[in-house]
Design a protein around this ligand. Structure first.
Ligand code: 13P
Ligand code: SF4
Length: 321
């Protein structure tokens, strides 16, 4: 590891203690950030961890902005900082509140479930929120025949294959550009080359990939599966940060990316330098807030989501250094 990286990491660990900062990082962060985080996990795990900030004076959330907003809502007593405020998930851009209102008029009385990858305004129109690790359980928790769902059409397809509840898309074009990079031919080729491998795909992948994968699940589920499985070779269809983590934690296993170009540019905006800057200067422009009128409703549905059993373990995985 470059000495500059080590120096920055040591500086962060020292400042973190002085500031009483809790550092939460998504599985897609660069490995150097994962190494200095208190917890690394999927969106559901991080939402649950965000609600446990007692004893800390600030949270630094290395993930895309909607995730940091989640933390701001669930942990109102502690300021939440994002290392780069421009880390915005493009999938969230598919769903504005007006689109949801229109859909509600079309299907009166049908509950709306939005994926957590949405803006606060979109969430304020929803009856429930889900993550990839809790989508099926959240849909079924409502005990209804049909739900309005968005914005990710691939995740909607995943839910359809796991429930008899009718899923009405809000926007069939909603997708994640990173997970849409995967092509079925990539999986077929790798499966031929590594016949003993286990292929795991994220539910944001197109349905034809999901159908041919051995398992489909959140990034938290991927971490758990690779840790618990006896298999030695895994083909993984998700963002590259997850693969770096898996390979580091399991040097005895071979982790093969379905496509090495699957990099989320928004997740990668965060750097060690930007975390140092937040810890040293507490820049007000890096504080994440949610407009006050939206907060009570979003808090209510996020807390409801946190009580639904999901795919991942109840708490996030402690970062390894
Ligand atoms: P997870 O909740 O599975 O970590 O997914 C978040 C995400 O942004 C996937 O692209
Ligand atoms: Fe958004 Fe896709 Fe990046 Fe996840 S990987 S944060 S869904 S753009």
């Amino acid at each position: 590891m470059a000495s500059n990286t080590k120096d920055l990491q040591e500086k962060i660990l020292k400042l973190k203690k002085e500031r009483k900062a809790l550092i939460l990082a998504h599985n897609y962060q660069i490995i150097e950030i994962q190494e200095i985080a208190d917890f690394v996990g999927d969106s559901l795990q991080l939402a649950r961890k965000s609600a446990e900030s007692n004893g800390f004076e600030m949270i630094i959330f290395a993930g895309v902005k909607f995730m940091a907003e989640m933390a701001a809502v669930l942990s109102p007593a502690v300021p939440v900082y994002i290392p780069d405020p421009k880390a915005l998930c493009p999938l969230a851009g598919y769903l504005d509140a007006e689109k949801i209102r229109k859909k509600k008029k079309e299907y009166p009385g049908v509950p709306v479930i939005v994926y957590v990858n949405t803006t606060a305004e979109a969430k304020s129109e929803a009856d429930m929120i889900c993550t990839s690790g809790s989508a099926v359980e959240v849909v079924e928790s409502l005990g209804v025949d049909r739900v309005i769902f968005g914005p990710d059409a691939n995740l909607a397809d995943y839910v359809r294959t796991h429930t008899s509840v009718e899923i009405i898309d809000i926007d069939q074009s909603g997708h994640c550009y990173v997970h849409n990079m995967f092509d079925l031919s990539m999986l077929i080729e790798l499966k031929e080359k590594y016949p003993e491998s286990v292929a795991i795909a994220h539910p944001e992948c197109p349905i034809e990939i999901q159908e041919q994968a051995d398992m489909v699940g959140s990034t938290g589920m991927m971490a758990r599966t690779v840790a618990e499985s006896d298999a030695k070779v895994f083909i993984i269809a998700t963002e590259m940060g997850m693969l770096q983590q898996l390979q580091k934690r399991h040097p005895d296993k071979t982790i093969i990316p379905m496509y090495e170009g699957a990099v989320c540019r928004q997740m990668k905006k965060h750097t060690l330098e930007k975390i140092v800057d937040v810890l040293e200067n507490l820049p007000s422009e890096n504080v994440v807030t949610v407009p006050e009128p939206f907060v009570p409703h979003i808090r209510e549905i996020l807390e409801k989501m946190n009580t639904v059993r999901g795919q991942g373990p109840a708490t996030a995985v402690k970062a390894e250094t």
